[in-house]
Design a binder for this molecule. Structure first.
Ligand code: PLP
Ligand code: COI
Length: 339
């Protein structure tokens, strides 16, 4: 085990020992290669650099009390990476290749999977890039698929403590018929400017509205949004948000505990009626939200009046993390082990 201050890990890059790579050339995927260098060498006219042929995934490996290392729903990440590849005409990594590379990257860096009890995990970043040369706007003929890992703490420094977020209706994250529902770099480029502004103004993230009508809640920064009222779990339905695997899992857990689940348009005015609201994702886990301010109107919605996460969010958080770390029975078959 590495000598790292596991309890104070930021969500950031930390050098580990190995990464795993595979190249797509002449219409097929080659052999899996292991590298100890964090550098890659690519052609200056590679399509990932010019035309955004780039997609990534985000998942975590969790070390349980039993010292076993678990992956959570890796097959969902593999499928989403394939959808992202299809969406911008890149070669699809087969599911088994995805699994082999993710498992190998975790296994080779096992000493960096944080010990149980610190709320930390090994973040896994599969990355697919167009490496083939094009100057005209065309898809590449060659691709590189790479998996690196880095130990992390929660995405928001507040951890499971409530954060403030800002509605920024003067920016759109993604268009309704665009690439918002796949995990491609361009979506994140578009979010940088409003996010940096929100941070400078004291908020942890931006709550984006739908780009067409500017009326409905879309994406909560690098996470999905949810609201809770009258024993219902409500989360936006939109063609421009990323279908979150965490959110999909929480919807199931909410249903398991007798809640009604509604996936539908959520108008801004409805924010007034929620008992609890939060953001969810692999990196964000469940992050409770205590305040939402609409930058344009100045209107503020407040939650967690006692400064703490609400009871429903807390219960869902414990259940989800319980399954991920192996403390709760895995009744849905979401967990697999890395040797
Ligand atoms: N939305 C965005 C924009 C994201 O980047 C992420 C992170 O992957 C999520 C939502 C949450 O998705 P998941 O729960 O699959 O990590
Ligand atoms: C994740 O939740 O895994 C993400 O990818 C969010 C962010 C770091 C882009």
């Amino acid at each position: 085990m590495q000598n790292i201050d596991w309890g104070n890990l930021p969500f950031g890059y930390f050098q580990t020992d190995y990464n795993v790579r595979c190249y797509y050339r002449n219409g097929q995927w080659g052999e899996v290669e292991v590298s100890s260098s964090p550098q890659i060498s690519i052609h200056m006219a590679a399509t990932c650099l010019h035309y955004g042929q780039e997609a990534f995934e985000g998942m975590k490996a969790y070390r349980g009390k039993d010292n076993k290392v678990r992956l959570f729903r890796w097959d969902e990440n593999a499928k989403r990476m394939q959808r992202s590849a299809d969406g911008i005409l890149m070669a699809r990594p087969p599911e088994q290749l995805f699994h082999e590379m993710v498992s190998k990257a975790v296994s080779l860096n096992k000493d960096y999977v944080p010990p149980f009890g610190h709320g930390a995990a090994l973040y896994i970043r599969p990355l697919l890039i167009g490496t083939g040369v094009q100057v005209g706007v065309n898809p590449a003929k060659e691709y590189m698929f790479l998996v690196f890992v880095t130990p992390v703490g929660p995405y928001f420094k507040e951890g499971f403590n409530p954060v403030s977020i800002q509605i920024a209706s003067d920016f759109d994250r993604a268009a309704p018929q665009g690439t918002g529902s796949i995990k491609v770099g361009g979506n994140y480029a578009g979010s940088l400017k409003p996010t940096e502004r929100a941070k400078a103004e004291g908020y942890a993230a931006v709550l984006f509205l739908d780009a067409k009508e500017n009326k409905y809640i879309d994406e909560a920064g690098p996470a999905n949004f949810f609201g809770i009222k009258n024993n219902s779990y409500i989360t936006p339905k939109s063609t421009s948000i990323l279908p979150s695997i965490t959110n999909k899992s929480i919807m199931q857990l909410a249903e398991d505990q007798g809640m009604t689940v509604e996936q539908r348009k959520v108008p801004i005015e409805e924010l007034e009626t929620f008992e609890e609201v939060g953001a969810c994702g692999t990196a964000a886990i469940i992050t409770p939200i205590r305040k939402i301010t609409d930058r344009k109107t100045g209107k503020t919605y407040e939650y967690c009046k006692d400064g703490k996460a609400g009871p429903v969010s807390t219960k869902l958080y414990k259940k989800l993390q319980g399954i991920q770390y192996g403390d709760e029975p895995d009744t849905h078959g979401w967990v697999s082990f890395v040797q």
